[in-house]
Design a protein around this ligand. Structure first.
Ligand code: 5GP
Length: 113
């Protein structure tokens, strides 16, 4: 497990030091549009805590933080109007294609390229 880097771009977005097109925010999570969308709807949901990846999050976050995060993913899908048809993905580690090392879930809907 790599060490959390507080200078990653999503940490900067969380601290308000970098911009984003916000979709939703609560105590547990922030959701914003992916800067390079790969589907008609492509939103990223990130927890407010410092977790490198899905594995870090599920292994170390409290039950409350985990429940709150997944509730936020569900809320985001509903708010986007895609709750009847969407996909979620999370890349883990370089071998899994992860580029930004703050845990995030991609919420996508619409035809795949
Ligand atoms: P992953 O780590 O899941 O493989 O990919 C990171 C995702 O974050 C990519 O889909 C990329 O387009 C998106 N991304 C990278 N930098 C930024 C940024 O500064 N703002 C936003 N909104 N999305 C970003």
């Amino acid at each position: 497990m790599s060490v959390y880097d507080r200078n990653n771009i999503f940490a900067k977005i969380l601290r308000g030091e970098a911009p984003c097109r916000k979709v939703y925010e609560d105590d547990h999570a922030l959701a914003f549009h992916d800067i390079f969308p790969k589907a008609a709807v492509h939103v990223l949901v990130i927890p407010k805590g410092e977790y490198v990846s899905f594995v870090d999050f599920t292994g170390t976050a409290s039950a409350d933080a985990q429940a709150g995060f997944w509730r936020a993913v569900d809320t985001v899908a509903r708010q986007l109007g895609v709750s009847e048809g969407f996909r979620i993905a999370s890349h883990v580690g370089p071998a899994g294609g992860q580029v930004v090392f703050h845990f995030h879930v991609h919420v996508m809907s619409g035809p795949r390229p």
